[in-house]
Design a protein around this ligand. Structure first.
Ligand SMILES: Nc1ncnc2c1ncn2[C@@H]1O[C@H](COP(=O)(O)OS(=O)(=O)O)[C@@H](OP(=O)(O)O)[C@H]1O
Ligand SMILES: Nc1ncnc2c1ncn2[C@@H]1O[C@H](COP(=O)(O)OP(=O)(O)O)[C@@H](O)[C@H]1O
Length: 221
């Protein structure tokens, strides 16, 4: 686990450790990182996993791209309404490569804090760039980052198109749309591959729960 250092901003150790929290929770903290094309099923399967874990008494939380982009990683337009255009331009995030890099960096830092707090932290972001996902993995201890590739063919995602975004992207109304005119770099060695064009959300969620159980994340023995 590597963290940057700074002579002015000095790390302060907590009096309550991650191990203390995991013992109280009765399970480990970790980050379950769902990645895949828009429309592949990240949010759906992550929500099913979230619900099952919650019902089993696991302390869990779900960070979803669409939602985080309304607050922590709001768009320039959203920020401009309250903070002004210049502020929005400087801190708001769109979908260019560097904005996506910053989106993933910020949410990766939040996921690291939640993992350290002993939460099973689920993240559902397109996160198309391998380097961005690898940078998050590098901030976590070995085994804490569980990469889940939600794998559906582009044509299936486009046929689903629940928000009509593929249609707008094809019409040139949205630029830099993943899979259309922006790349998606599939994971090379993910911990899990979920074939979301072939199996139901419940079946895919069961695969994730099975992995977490077998990896020892859902107990502290
Ligand atoms: N240009 C472009 N490319 C991809 N996706 C777009 C774009 N514009 C808007 N959207 C909608 O935003 C959601 C993706 O946000 P993410 O934060 O997950 O994207 S990323 O990780 O920064 O690539 C994604 O949500 P999901 O469909 O749930 O994946 C899209 O609906
Ligand atoms: N395993 C699945 N099988 C069939 N349809 C699915 C599956 N997972 C998701 N869907 C449907 O596909 C669409 C996109 O799902 P969503 O979870 O929003 O994808 P993402 O979060 O990756 O954009 C939704 O209409 C959803 O109901």
């Amino acid at each position: 686990m590597s963290s940057p250092t700074d002579p002015i901003v000095v790390w302060h150790d907590h009096s309550v450790s991650r191990a203390d929290r995991e013992l109280q929770n009765g399970h480990r903290g970790c980050v379950v990182w769902f990645t895949g094309l828009s429309g592949c099923g990240k949010s759906t399967v992550a929500n099913v996993v979230d619900r099952h874990l919650f019902e089993r008494g696991v302390r869990t939380y779900l960070l979803d791209g669409d939602n985080v982009r309304h607050g922590l990683n709001a768009t320039p337009q959203m920020l401009a309404e309250r903070y002004g255009t210049e502020f929005g331009k400087r801190f708001g995030l769109g979908f260019g490569q560097q904005d996506r890099e910053e989106n993933i960096r910020r949410v990766g830092a939040v996921a690291q804090l939640m993992c350290d707090a002993g939460l099973v932290t689920l993240t559902a972001f397109v996160s198309p760039y391998r380097a961005d996902r690898d940078a998050v993995r590098a901030t976590l201890a070995a085994g804490d980052f569980i990469e889940v590739f939600v794998d559906a063919p582009l044509e299936v995602c486009e046929a689903r198109d629940p928000k009509g975004l593929y249609q707008k992207a094809r019409a040139g109304q949205i630029k830099d749309f993943t899979g259309i005119d922006a790349p998606y770099e599939a994971p090379i060695e993910p911990q899990l591959v979920l074939k979301s064009a072939e199996f139901s959300p419940e079946a895919l969620a069961a695969e994730v729960l099975r992995y977490l159980t077998e990896a020892g994340k859902l107990n502290v023995s």
